[in-house]
Design a protein around this ligand. Structure first.
Ligand code: DAH
Length: 452
């Protein structure tokens, strides 16, 4: 995983930088968590289990929360703000998080061995159905309906480590603008004229030394003039969104300091050319979104082969954490009125911390299973899943603090430090000890770990 994705909830599937794929080696069936072998029910639909099933009740309990639909929740406020900015775009906000593996990956051109598909990285209901890992999973169905300008906000799910900026559920907003090819040049250039004028008068520095070429090409089926106009429209549109969201903050912090935005060449299997956008915040580059010119294959699959245009996908939590000054990603899920009642629809206000509860640390040391044991190869995400399932949002961080290899047997042992802390109340040592014991038992049974 890349450095940015480690310190912030990941927005983008990086093709090479995510963990290596061990789809088969690390099969982790959580079926024994959900003791009953009945099908999984979500929103009144029944999904039979199979050897891919790895969703847990804790994860499924998030589906009903719909934070993005709450008008005075930071995620809902941010959604409305962006929707107001793209005023002519249709807002789509209520699609089910359960999609087919085909929609999430195949339809968008993800390779069969892409790491994002592995059981250690994604949540599956069964071999056919999964919790969407990104809002791009809906691109084809929306384009198919003929919608040309749209914003789609939704909860997305990825298995991950545990710390202040990673949570297995977060929110993305997908946006797209496509146009019939015959009108595309005129449409994009008209929009470019307006946006370029606005940006040239704004206090913004745009760093963009990206090049179109062999590694990030215009598509063969697009006239280069048209591809260039569409790419420039993508850049103008997103630069103006970033200005809207962060312009105020840059001015607040540095008394007239310009906002700095940086464009980076990227790769996504469903766009070309592709980019990532970062913004300078408190001296660090913050990765905001992935975007690009939609591949013709997507337009073909959507039965609109005569259209072309651009799309982007941005992560809402990391933007909300910055804009509202929210220090821990778990706070978004708090139902404590001291959190929920702080915010008002339409307003960005700074989070006021309401309690400082001390953390409670517990260490767990264990030997990894021998390869002959029949248990899957150890993967940190599987261990974190057990921690989340037992301790829920009280688990603030799970960090590897020691590794030891026995000099004679060559057996390997790991020590993880779990930091329990509640946003809302005190966690007692006894409570933490009980959780640790339950985690140890589950880790023994499900992962074959031998507690030391
Ligand atoms: N879906 C990508 C992700 O989650 C982000 C993304 C990249 C969305 C490019 C797009 C796009 O619409 O064009 O990593």
């Amino acid at each position: 995983m890349n450095v940015l994705a480690r310190s912030w909830p990941s927005v983008a599937f990086r093709v090479i930088t995510r963990r290596s794929c061990n789809c088969n080696a690390a099969r982790f069936s959580t079926s024994s968590y959900i003791r009953k072998q009945e099908p999984i029910q979500v929103n009144g639909i029944s999904y039979p289990r199979d050897d891919y099933t790895n969703v847990t009740p804790t994860i499924l309990s998030k589906v009903a929360r719909q934070l993005h639909l709450q008008p005075s929740h930071p995620i809902g406020i941010l959604r409305s703000l962006i929707e107001a900015h793209f005023a002519t775009f249709e807002a789509i906000n209520t699609l089910s998080p359960i999609v087919t593996v085909h929609q999430n990956f195949d339809e968008l051109g993800f390779a069969p061995d892409h790491p994002g598909r592995s059981l250690t990285d994604s949540y599956y209901l069964n071999r056919q159905h999964m919790l969407r890992t990104h809002t791009s999973a809906h691109e084809v169905e929306v384009f198919k309906k003929g919608t040309e300008r749209w914003l789609l906000t939704a909860d997305v799910y990825r298995r991950d480590e545990i710390d202040a900026s990673h949570y297995p559920v977060f929110h993305q907003m997908e946006g797209a603008h496509v146009v019939p090819r015959s009108e595309a040049l005129a449409t994009f250039e008209a929009s470019n004229a307006i946006l370029e004028k606005k940006l040239s008068n704004a206090n913004i520095v745009i760093m963009d030394d990206t090049k179109v070429g062999a590694s990030n090409p215009y598509q063969d089926c697009h006239d280069p003039l048209l591809a260039e106009a569409a790419t420039r429209n993508l850049k103008n549109s997103l630069n103006s969104l970033v200005l809207e969201l962060f312009g105020g903050i840059a001015n607040r912090a540095g008394a007239g300091e310009p906002l700095q935005v940086r464009w980076i060449e990227a790769f996504f299997p469903f766009t070309s050319p592709s980019y990532e956008v970062e913004v300078m915040f408190e001296g660090k580059w913050l990765e905001l979104l992935g975007c690009g010119v939609v591949k013709q294959a997507t337009m073909d699959r959507s039965s609109v082969p005569d259209k072309m245009g651009w799309a982007f996908g941005l992560g809402l939590e990391r933007i909300a954490m910055v804009l509202f000054g929210i220090p821990d990603i778990r706070l978004f899920w708090s139902t404590d009125p001291r959190f929920t009642q702080q915010f008002k629809a339409g307003q960005i206000t700074s989070f006021k911390p309401y309690s400082k509860n001390p953390p409670c640390y517990q260490d767990i040391s264990f030997w990894l299973p021998e390869s002959s044991s029949g248990f899957a190869q150890f993967h940190e995400n599987d261990f974190c899943e057990i921690v989340r399932d037992v301790a829920g949002d009280l688990a603030e961080e799970t960090a590897l603090v020691d590794t030891f290899v026995h000099p004679k047997t060559g057996r390997k042992s790991l020590c993880y430090r779990i930091n329990y802390r509640s946003m809302d109340r005190n966690v007692t040592t006894k409570e933490a000890r009980d959780y640790t014991q339950q985690i140890e038992e589950a880790a023994k049974a499900k992962m074959g770990l031998e507690i030391r």
